[in-house]
Design a protein around this ligand. Structure first.
Ligand code: HEM
Length: 415
């Protein structure tokens, strides 16, 4: 029998442990040594810690995303009876691309893809810069700025609001819905949070329904134009239209806040790399990829096995859930040299922060643009940036790793 003083905690105990959430990497590296694919006997979930293994899994046709296929998962009669609110919430979230397998997945994704093609995203750059400029202009020239509230938080929210073609007066509501909805799918979700998420979902959907109705007859351009056209032609039914839009907020907001916040912390902790980036902005593209590799923000990526699949000697049976632990995958020494070192010039950076295969993040070009613009403008505005206190990691969720507070001393150049 295992000695309780020395045995490793089970996966769920570990994943919700505040000490682990604040600094997961050493423990993930330790556990990776026990196997790149590990089945948790408590839950039947297969955790994946190896880069090669998760690259295969993310792309494999045997691996789907339709969570209703999870044996004993939320769609089972037992779960519905035990947790009717949770069942209602997850049922309402089902009809969207991220929870769908082919052919429904491709039908829904095709509606959004044109809005995120390189040319379409390049056309958004002026808007992203204008929003970043407004936030930076509101900061003092010198002093301490809490960068999550002042910059990393509002920038992606405002970008999404513009994408939704909603007025700035909606920002507070959008922030409130995003905060309630981000918890969906988190194993740590309390009954109150489930109810809060259901309320936010109902409210946001009602606003979106009216918003779309008011736009009928408007020229069909941008993301909303594609969505309207799809709703009018019946490519998307009403539930799919609304749920996919709600999901854009969940998928595109906190993730990008985290990229900007975590990336800034990495630079503040590595002043040599910050100076290198300041001096050579042509490194911005690789720098942002390296931030995503080192601090992926999203801790886990889900698949549900549609058929049995063998990976690194482990057979994952049909109906089993699989979670790629991206913090482990992105620092696998088999794939990345010196994986714990920030190298903003790292090339061939095959991080899996945006996932892989048919579900690869459709918004990735926009997230990359936002981060590149954000860092470029911060470095331009402030010749000095230093940590001004302990950054606070948010410890209230297991599927995301982001900062609640990041105090930064900003300053003008010494004259
Ligand atoms: C740094 C920021 C972001 C990160 C880390 C991120 C990460 C991810 C990940 C891991 C997936 C699932 C991939 C998979 O299962 O293989 C995903 C899918 C998705 N993301 Fe993002 N995302 C980000 C920003 C955005 C933005 C800005 C948007 C839109 C405005 C967006 C929209 C989506 C959508 C719609 C999907 C579902 C795609 C599908 O199922 O085909 N994401 N994202």
């Amino acid at each position: 029998m295992a000695d309780p003083m020395t045995a490793s905690p089970g996966w769920w105990t570990l994943l919700s442990d505040p000490a682990f959430l604040a600094d997961p990497y050493a423990e993930l590296a330790r556990r990776r040594q026990a196997g790149t694919v590990q089945r948790d006997p408590e839950t039947g979930i297969h955790f994946v810690l190896g880069h090669r293994a998760f690259t295969r899994i993310a792309k494999a046709p045997q691996m789907g995303r339709d969570t209703r296929l999870w044996t004993g998962g939320w769609a089972s009669p037992e779960y519905a009876a035990a947790d009717p609110v949770g069942y209602d919430l997850l049922s309402q979230f089902q009809p969207q691309m991220i929870n769908s397998d082919p052919p429904d997945h491709g039908r829904m994704r095709a509606v959004y893809e044109p809005a995120f093609r390189p040319q379409a995203v390049a056309a958004l750059e002026a808007m992203v810069r204008a929003e970043a400029e407004r936030l930076i202009a509101a900061m003092p020239a010198a002093g301490v700025v809490e960068m999550i509230a002042a910059f990393a938080g509002p920038l992606p929210l405002r970008v999404l609001r513009n994408l939704f073609e909603m007025p700035a007066e909606m920002d507070a509501d959008i922030a409130r819905w995003s905060a309630a909805l981000i918890k969906v799918g988190d194993i740590m979700m309390t009954p109150e949070q489930k109810r809060g998420a259901l309320d936010a979902l109902t409210e946001f959907k009602a606003v979106l329904r009216e918003h779309l109705a008011a736009r009928r007859g408007c020229p069909h351009a941008g993301m909303m134009g594609s969505v309207l056209a799809a709703a009018e032609t019946g490519t998307l039914n009403e539930e799919e239209t609304l749920t996919n839009l709600v999901s854009m907020l969940i998928a595109g907001h906190e993730t990008t806040v985290t990229l900007i916040g975590n990336g800034l912390l990495l630079l503040l902790r590595n002043p040599g790399e910050m100076a290198r980036l300041r001096a050579d902005r042509s490194l911005m593209r690789t720098a942002v990829e390296e931030f995503m590799r080192m601090e992926p923000g999203g801790n886990m990526i889900l698949r549900i096995a549609r058929e049995d699949m063998e990976v690194d000697g482990v057979t994952i049976p049909a109906g089993a859930p699989v979670l790629g632990l991206i913090g482990a995958v992105n620092r696998d020494p088999e794939r990345f040299a010196d994986p714990d070192r920030l190298d903003i010039g790292r090339t061939a950076n095959a991080h899996l922060t945006f996932g892989g295969g048919i579900h690869f993040c459709v918004g990735a070009p926009l997230a990359r643009l936002e981060a590149q613009v954000a860092f470029d403008m911060l470095l331009d505005r402030f010749p000095q940036l230093e940590l001004a206190g302990a950054p606070q990691w948010r410890l209230d969720r297991i599927n995301a790793r982001g900062l609640g507070e990041l105090p930064v001393r900003v300053g003008a150049a010494a004259s």
